[in-house]
Design a protein around this ligand. Structure first.
Ligand SMILES: NC(=O)c1ccc[n+]([C@@H]2O[C@H](COP(=O)([O-])OP(=O)(O)OC[C@H]3O[C@@H](n4cnc5c(N)ncnc54)[C@H](O)[C@@H]3O)[C@@H](O)[C@H]2O)c1
Length: 252
């Protein structure tokens, strides 16, 4: 077992599913103490059962005050916070004509306000000892798609918020790094939900696969491995950077 996360304390949002859950499990495997936070924490609670280093809490990432309380609680319980992974998100797929104002606002709140609250609280908790913040954006934060007006805007915002946080922390010499991760299609409940909504599921899935040069959908564990590197001291000289994990999709 690699133990590069030994002694570190991590807080992972969206921790009950997909990339967040896979990341929590990977960080625990590498030696960290991990708190999985989610608005629907049942699956995180089940994963944490019987583990001394994994626990689950309920957190609505759109709730500014709940964020403060959750991070304070981690520091109270474990004495510090070393790693924050902002993975909670939603992915509505509508074009600019179909996207309602409610959907736009909900997407920006869940995908962007959450990362803002997370980074603000993460910096507050980490600034005396340093740490690593990893924000999960998407290839949709790098390239546009006709059916993802709100999602594109939200993930683009996460990309640049990440750079601003990174540069602020560097200037202040806080020892806090902040990076964004940009996956393409990854096999998680989020992707399933997108496919449930389409008319010809198998055809759409085949089209998604065909758009990836490596010819397959990615796995949450593969994204978790990248996040684990960014969370660890091995990436000490890396900040404000975009980590693309997309089977070559954005290479052309
Ligand atoms: N799966 C993909 O294809 C893919 C691709 C690129 C980027 N991403 C991004 O990766 C991140 C994780 O996605 P995933 O595929 O693991 O999705 P997922 O649906 O499997 O997990 C998302 C988790 O976020 C939680 N969540 C949603 N709203 C919340 C809220 N208000 N407060 C707290 N928790 C909330 C959900 O309960 C869920 O457990 C997202 O930010 C997503 O945009 C996913």
């Amino acid at each position: 077992m690699i133990e590069r996360m030994e002694g570190k304390v991590a807080f992972v949002t969206g921790g009950a599913s997909g990339i967040g859950l896979a990341t929590g499990l990977r960080l625990v495997h590498e030696g960290a103490v991990v708190v999985l936070a989610d608005i629907a924490p049942e699956r995180a609670e089940a994963a944490a059962e019987g583990s001394e280093r994994l626990s689950a809490v309920k957190l609505d990432v759109t709730d500014e005050f709940a964020w403060e309380a959750a991070i304070d609680d981690v520091v109270r319980r474990y004495g510090k916070l070393d790693v924050l992974v902002n993975s909670a998100g939603i992915a509505p797929f509508t074009d600019i004509e179909a996207c309602t104002t409610d959907e736009w606002r909900r997407t920006m709140t869940v995908n962007v306000d959450s990362v803002f609250f997370g980074c603000r609280n993460g910096v507050r908790a980490m600034k005396d000892r340093g740490g690593s913040i990893v924000n999960i954006s998407s290839v949709s934060g790098l390239i546009g798609g006709p059916n993802s007006a709100a999602y594109n805007a939200s993930k683009g915002a996460v990309r640049l918020l990440t750079k601003s946080v990174a540069l602020h922390c560097a200037r202040k010499r806080y020892g806090i790094r902040c990076n964004s991760v940009h996956p393409t299609f990854i096999e998680t409940p989020m992707l399933e939900n997108v496919l449930v909504g389409v008319r010809d599921r198998e055809r759409t899935r085949a089209a998604l696969v065909a758009s990836v040069p490596l010819g397959r959908i990615g796995r949450a564990e593969e994204v978790a491995a990248m996040i684990a590197y960014l969370s660890s001291d091995e990436s000490e000289f890396v900040t404000g950077a975009e980590f693309v994990i997309d089977g070559g999709m954005t290479a052309s």
